[in-house]
Design a protein around this ligand. Structure first.
Ligand SMILES: [Zn+2]
Length: 483
């Protein structure tokens, strides 16, 4: 496909804004970039998509989300409102995740994926829980991801909160799914290395059929406060058996860390160690591990995260909504930690998340000099794609360059002041809105064109979800009374 009449935001190290350009997409990658006339001459037969002068840029990345949370919208929590984050877990999320069956898991994922396409977020790192439907739950989500055409990294959150049988089931679901993805990746590379590779690699679900190169996996754990030492070791040992998995790079872990101070106090009581030290002792940190939140980590924990090269994700909207505190983003960055931005199940509007991060740090420190826009820009367009890209290493992610993954969005933005690579971060923070995203493309596949979704039927999905929601809420109420 040839995209014509585009103004490119390359977001590569040269960070250029290029007018009157065209992009040629082939086999899920950007095959050529150049002046429109030249590319039209090279690819006269190509199907054409006219960008009508809009900005064409890499799709956004969400580094931490929960596809399972869609049925929380508008749901009443019985009794007095939760007074803190531990009560929010007990009264909202834990009974709600127990109420999910495979249909609810699928619909919740479809709702979230449609939202991501609309918001121009093309890669997402999900963290899933459904204690009454563990085995195969990641296949249900993978099927929804496959249908949507988006790129996603999936895992199941292991926890001890529902008894040893479900702890084991959670570990097995991670192991099973990671092995499946690994097998798929090997098949995929066999296809692309064969002397006669198919023109278009056949996509598929991660359900053991032919490989979908846009789905990957990691090993999920809930949080230190619901995990015993024995379970932490069991997860590490299970992951070690997979050390040759996922393209031989070993697997990391995806876990919530110190979202509320209760996590730190629980860890100190259980082990005498703070959360990050405890995870390190059990061999869970490393350059492929994702630590979500890190609101209450101390200076030594920050140093240990930096030393082990683990990733941190920051979710300011969720933190504000739960009243848990403010992540020390600048301290983490100063220590050399790679901090990314996630949504934690909020709408997948990454510019909005970035704007909240920008405002929150300034208000918290009562100093408008804190959390400069260019640092947040580097997190959103540098760290986020670097993390997601590490799961899809066959091509660069998050830049417009020949050979990069063809994950693109068209943005109908009309700046009323000079718009340059130098002031791009502030145009993005103050000027860009997700409603300006008109077209979303992932791996060369057009998922939304001129605001019309092409892979998911939003109206039908919402209607089905509205019909199912009362049943999910009924089950939720049953479980909340049992808490
Ligand atoms: Zn989360």
């Amino acid at each position: 496909m040839l995209i014509t009449n585009a103004t490119l935001l390359t977001l590569d190290p040269e960070n250029r804004i290029l007018e009157d350009q065209a992009l040629y997409l082939e086999n899920g990658k950007i095959a050529a970039i150049g002046p429109e006339k030249a590319l039209q001459a090279w690819y006269p037969e190509a199907e054409t998509l006219d960008a009508r002068g809009q900005y064409v840029m890499p799709g956004n990345v969400c580094a931490h989300t929960h596809f399972y949370g869609a049925f929380a919208r508008g749901m009443a929590i019985p009794g007095p409102a939760p007074k803190d984050f531990p009560e929010i877990l007990q009264k909202l999320w834990w009974p709600l995740d127990k109420a999910l069956d495979p249909d609810a898991i699928r619909l919740s994922a479809q709702i979230m994926l449609a939202d991501a396409i609309r918001n121009g977020t093309t890669s997402l790192i999900d963290h899933h829980a459904s204690p009454n439907a563990i085995a195969g739950s990641l296949d249900v989500i993978a099927e929804a991801v496959h249908q949507s055409g988006l790129r996603a990294v999936l895992c199941y959150e292991v926890t001890d909160r529902d008894g040893p049988e479900r702890t084991r089931a959670g570990i097995e679901e991670n192991v099973r799914f990671i092995e499946q993805i690994s097998t798929s990746a090997k098949q995929q590379s066999a296809i692309s290395n064969s002397p006669n590779p198919p023109i278009t690699p056949s996509p598929s679900v991660g359900a053991g059929q032919s490989p979908n190169p846009k789905i990957s996996a990691t090993f999920g754990l809930h949080a230190s406060l619901t995990l015993s030492d024995a379970t932490l070791d069991a997860c590490r040992n299970a992951a070690r058996t997979l050390s040759d998995s996922v393209e031989g790079r070993g697997t990391g872990f995806h876990i919530h860390v110190a979202e509320h101070e209760a996590d730190e106090y629980d860890s100190l009581e259980k082990s005498g160690l703070r959360v990050v030290d405890r995870l390190h002792k059990h061999g869970l940190l490393g350059p492929r591990t994702i630590l979500a939140h890190c609101v209450h980590v101390d200076a030594a924990e920050i140093a240990l995260i930096a030393e082990t090269d683990a990733w941190v994700t920051h979710q300011p909207r969720s933190n504000m909504n739960n009243g848990v505190g403010v992540t020390p983003v600048e301290s983490l960055l100063r220590a050399g930690v790679r901090v990314c931005l996630g949504t934690d199940g909020f709408p997948h509007s990454m510019w909005e998340e970035t704007r909240f991060a920008y405002m929150l740090q300034k208000l918290h420190h009562r100093d408008p000099r804190r959390m400069p826009g260019n640092q947040l820009f580097d997190m959103l367009v540098g760290n986020n794609p670097a993390l997601a890209g590490s799961f899809f290493p066959d091509a660069p992610l998050g830049i417009l360059a020949e050979g990069a993954h063809a994950d693109l969005i068209f943005v109908d933005y009309h700046p009323h002041t000079p718009f340059t690579p130098g002031n791009l971060p502030w145009h993005m923070i103050f000027g860009f809105h997700e409603s300006m995203v008109t077209t979303t493309i992932c791996g060369g596949q057009v998922l939304m064109q001129d605001r019309k979704l092409l892979t998911l039927d939003e109206t039908a999905i919402a209607a089905e979800a509205r019909e199912l929601a009362p049943k999910v809420w009924e089950r939720y109420e049953k479980y909340i009374t049992k808490q």
